[in-house]
Each structure stands twice: as structure tokens, then as C-alpha cells.
Write a protein that binds this ligand. Structure first.
Ligand code: MG
Length: 161
């Protein structure tokens, strides 16, 4: 079968202090994400979506959070390495569609920069990267700005399709 879909989802807590690293971009903000790596919740969801579409496992298996060498690791590097395995398995990306749930900051002003950054990492066109921003409507961990969540679906096609 030449067409494969994958889903990725991630949540990271926030803490005071900026900038906010999201989608491989440092966004000026008064809170940042917390995690073992650089905690880029969006790139983690993207990584799991492309790995999942190729049935290559997940980011936690590839980059264990128990490993010291993954501490503070650049998530763009993790996505680059994961996608290289996807390509080696004979696939390439058709498109991504992503949703980020964050109460603040407003992401729309940064959406094009983030989409271009992801497109550059995956060596595709910006038109292949969808990004939507939602708030938590003031309720729950997202609404209280305790966490930011991201979801992503990826469509892969066989190399020559
Ligand atoms: Mg994560």
C-alpha cells in the first residue's frame, strides 16, 4: 500500500521564563516548556506522526528520556533523524496537519515561521505543512497555562508515487 497515515500527540508542562521553543522556533514569551529534551511539544508530535505512519515506533523508543545524551537535545535534530529513517524505509512526506493547544501566546503571528521551519527540517514545501492554533478556553491544564499540547497527522507516500 503506497499511502500511509500517522498520528502524533504530546503534552509538556510550562514554567516561568522564556522564550517558548515551539516548532523549532524560539517565540518571545514569559513561559517555556519543561522536559528532558528541549521539550518542543510540536516537533515531538510531528516526529511521532511520521514515525507512526511508517510503523517505525515512537520518539520515546528512539530517544529514551532516561538517556543522559538526550538531555536538552534539540528536537529538530530528533525529527531530522526520525524522518531519515522514514525515508530509508521508502517513504516521503505528502503533508502534515498540526494543532497546537496553548492559552498564550497567540500563535498566528508565528505560524508561517513555524511552518517554514518544519518544512525546512523535512525538506518539503511550506504548503505541505498545516498548522492551527487553539486555546483551552480558560479551563483545564492548557487553559490555566500549565501545559501546552500538540497533535499532528502525517500522510506518507511511497517514494516514487
Ligand atoms: Mg515530548
Amino acid at each position: 500500500m503506497g499511502i500511509r497515515v500517522g498520528i502524533g500527540e504530546d503534552t509538556h508542562r510550562t514554567e516561568p521564563g522564556g522564550p517558548l521553543r515551539l516548532g523549532g522556533v524560539d517565540i518571545p514569551h514569559d513561559r517555556r516548556l519543561v522536559g528532558h529534551s528541549d521539550a518542543d511539544v510540536l516537533l515531538h508530535a510531528v516526529t511521532d506522526a511520521v514515525l507512526g505512519a511508517a510503523a517505525l515506533g515512537d520518539i520515546g523508543a528512539m530517544f529514551p528520556n532516561t538517556s543522559e545524551e538526550n538531555r536538552g537535545r534539540d528536537s529538530a535534530e530528533m525529527l531530522t533523524r526520525a524522518y531519515a529513517e522514514v525515508v530509508a524505509a521508502g517513504f516521503r512526506l505528502a503533508n502534515l496537519d498540526c494543532v497546537v493547544s496553548a492559552e498564550r501566546p497567540k500563535l498566528l503571528p508565528h505560524a508561517e515561521t513555524i511552518r517554514q521551519r518544519i518544512a525546512t527540517i523535512l525538506e518539503v514545501e511550506i504548503g505541505q505543512i498545516g498548522l492551527k492554533a487553539k486555546t483551552g478556553e480558560g479551563v483545564g491544564p492548557v487553559g490555566r497555562e500549565e501545559a501546552i499540547e500538540a497533535r499532528c497527522v502525517a500522510l506518507l507516500v511511497r517514494g516514487d508515487d
